[in-house]
Design a protein around this ligand. Structure first.
Ligand SMILES: CC(C)(COP(=O)([O-])OP(=O)([O-])OC[C@H]1O[C@@H](n2cnc3c(N)ncnc32)[C@H](O)[C@@H]1OP(=O)([O-])[O-])[C@@H](O)C(=O)NCCC(=O)NCCSC(=O)C[C@@](C)(O)CC(=O)[O-]
Length: 601
């Protein structure tokens, strides 16, 4: 759903600081740096990097200098990103300045008990300290963000008076903070508290745009609190990937609201955050794995389960013996293997990145066309030998049709179109088994297929623009499968799109650790696909085609009608399938297809 004109939200990712600081086991700096890099790649515009605090008090963040000094982090600092660093003292500020930090955050508590426990001073002294740090930072052209903790309650003192919060907010704004984040450190507040406090602050002349929300999820109220605060006019929210977090001085306090839950909620309401949810979900799963902690994001967990492949079985599992593949033919840079009703075509020019020569394209087209008509074949698999899946059209000296124009160009157009159409229109189930990176026409091969498996180091690159070419014939499949915005960006940037990204976008079904595991996973998939009748698979493919090519038009209605009648015929696979169901038997459709004495028409 997209609702126009709803104000966008800025998410302040606090995972690398607030999220990690409370974790007891030491986390390698490299993991923290990778977390920051992954978060940046999700499109988050603000990431709180770390905290320059005493290692004695927060040992987890003792590596703040390594984080701030990292080359990649420095590169990020030069971009349009906000990368605040929590700085409680002037000493910390000196370190931040030394590392070229452009934004810091200062914090105070609205309550005495927490102030004493957290920063060992009174509220008054905390304000004085924050004012001092902010003033020096502003003199060095460093932007300052403020936090007020314990906006609803204090672990030692009980409920917080709204007047105390108002005072702290005012003090931080006077001190020069461009924004103040209201922290429900204990996670005890609920939407009515949020509305009450925000209304009180606004009525007391605090500008709405100067406020941010920072909600913890101890009582499961955090998402509701964010929503209520948004409806009260706030547009900036702190959150933490996988709901990481807690507070060492607030016993029992749970993590921050999970960034995934917040982004999911806003996107569903048509409110933009600029964050790529699928990448964020992957990052949440990844960091939870690294920390060996349960993922604290409900949306993250649900979405990651949804995108998981049915096959999670290790390659060597004895329950899944590999299929016997027989080499049946070898010609023109191709090898053909067969296992039962499965035909595997292997691109066999590894020294040339399996680039597609004209004879190879023609041979591939005729193999696919022939197999598409063979009633004893149910599936066609395309894979490659060596490092690459396929590096696209052959660009070698003397063999490329580029820059020849005229009939050479026409012939190449016919060849490429013929190949991709033969795969795309095949009634068989087509599977691209990507043993490595694909470029140009190689991407076309992969995306004219129905299903893709890939090794972890596979990637796809629409590299044509680098060569002064465009992904002409393959665009039909790439745009259809990837969607317009992603296809456009990938075409224009010619960047390698990783397997993780493809997987997150639902474009790759399963990922293997290497070539050997890829073959094993292919065999597992093929064994599973025995549950599907070949005719029913063909009809299902046609339904999908009718759905995207003719959605809502007469062609779709008549096409569905035709397929419905076909599946109900007395000689259709459905007659056999339903009879077997009634007899309590599962059909092995591969055995059924192999046992057919006469090809069906
Ligand atoms: C793939 C990397 C990054 C590997 O880069 P690398 O890892 O440095 O390895 P390499 O460059 O040494 O490649 C290994 C070998 O494969 C060869 N090779 C590799 N690709 C091709 C190719 N296409 N044609 C002919 N030979 C190719 C390459 O020349 C080399 O052979 P050697 O020099 O050792 O004898 C690099 O080689 C490269 O950038 N290759 C070009 C990839 C590319 O841009 N492909 C797009 C082709 S245009 C196209 O497909 C048009 C089309 C079909 O989409 C138009 C349409 O849609 O209508």
């Amino acid at each position: 759903m997209t609702v126009k004109n709803l104000p966008a939200v800025r998410v302040v990712e606090v995972g690398p600081r607030d999220g990690l600081q409370n974790i007891q086991d030491s986390i390698p700096t490299s993991t923290k740096l990778q977390l920051i890099r992954r978060l940046e790649e999700t499109g988050l515009g603000t990431i709180e990097l770390t905290s320059v605090v005493s290692p004695r008090i927060i040992p987890q963040l003792a590596d703040c200098r390594d984080i701030l000094g990292d080359e990649r982090v420095k590169e990020m600092t030069g971009k349009e990103l906000r990368l605040p660093v929590l700085v409680p003292t002037v000493k910390g500020l000196d370190i931040a300045i030394e590392y070229g930090v452009k934004e810091i955050a200062v914090f105070i508590s609205a309550t005495e008990g927490f102030s004493k426990a957290n920063i060992n001073c009174t509220v008054e002294q905390g304000i004085e300290r924050a004012r001092n740090v902010a003033s020096l930072a502003l003199q060095s052209n460093i932007a300052v963000r403020g936090y007020v903790s314990c906006i609803f309650a204090d672990p030692y003192d009980g409920p917080t008076q709204p007047e105390s919060v108002l005072r702290c907010v005012k003090e931080l704004l006077y001190a020069g903070c461009y924004e103040v984040s209201l922290g429900d450190t204990l996670g005890v507040g609920s939407p009515s508290n949020v509305r009450g406090l925000v209304t009180f602050l606004l009525e007391n002349d605090i500008p709405r745009e100067k406020l941010a929300g920072h909600f913890h999820d101890t009582y499961g109220q955090a998402v509701a609190n964010v929503w209520e605060a948004y409806n009260c006019g706030l547009q900036v929210f702190d959150s933490s990937v996988a709901g990481l977090g807690g507070c060492p001085f607030a016993p029992g306090a749970k993590g921050n609201v999970a960034t995934e839950d917040l982004v999911y909620m806003f996107h569903n309401a048509g409110i933009s955050t600029g964050v790529d949810l699928s990448k964020l979900v992957e990052t949440g799963v990844w960091i939870s794995d690294q920390l060996k902690k349960p993922n604290g994001s409900r949306a993250g967990k649900a979405l990651s389960i949804k995108s998981k492949p049915i096959s999670n079985v290790k390659s060597k599992s004895p329950k899944h013996p590999s299929l016997p593949w027989n080499l049946t033919k070898e010609a023109k840079g191709l090898q053909l293997y067969q296992s039962g009703v499965n035909l595997k075509i292997v691109l066999n020019r590894p020294k040339n990145g399996n680039a597609l020569t004209a004879p190879m394209i023609s041979a591939l087209t005729s193999i696919v066309t022939r197999a598409s008509k063979d009633p004893h074949i149910s599936r066609i698999i395309i894979t490659g030998k060596g490092k690459f899946f396929c590096t696209g059209m052959d660009l070698g000296k003397g063999s490329t049709p580029v820059a020849q124009g005229g009939s050479a160009s026409d012939a190449q157009f016919q060849r490429l179109t013929g190949l991709f159409e033969a795969i795309d229109q095949s009634p068989k189930v087509t599977i691209a088994c990507m043993n490595g990176p694909a470029f140009g026409g190689g991407v076309g091969l992969a995306f004219s297929c129905d299903i893709r498996l890939a090794t972890r180091d596979a990637s796809v690159t629409l590299s044509e623009v680098k060569l002064g070419l465009c992904p002409a014939t393959i665009s039909k499949y790439v745009v259809r499968e990837w969607g317009v915005p992603f296809a456009r960006e990938a075409m224009l940037s010619a960047r390698p799109v990783s397997v993780e990204e493809l997987r997150a976008r639902g474009l790759v079904f399963d990922v293997a650790d290497g070539a050997e595991e890829l073959s094993a996973r292919l065999d597992i998939l093929l064994s599973r696909l025995k549950v599907a009748s070949p005719d029913a698979s063909r009809m299902s493919k046609e339904l999908v085609r009718l759905g995207w090519a003719h959605a809502g038009r007469d062609e779709q209605v008549t096409g569905i009608r035709r397929l419905f009648e076909e599946m109900m015929r007395v000689d259709a696979d459905g007659a056999h399938g339903v009879k077997e169901f009634q007899a309590g038997r599962n059909v092995d459709w591969d055995a059924f297809t192999q046992g057919m004495s006469k090809p069906k028409l």
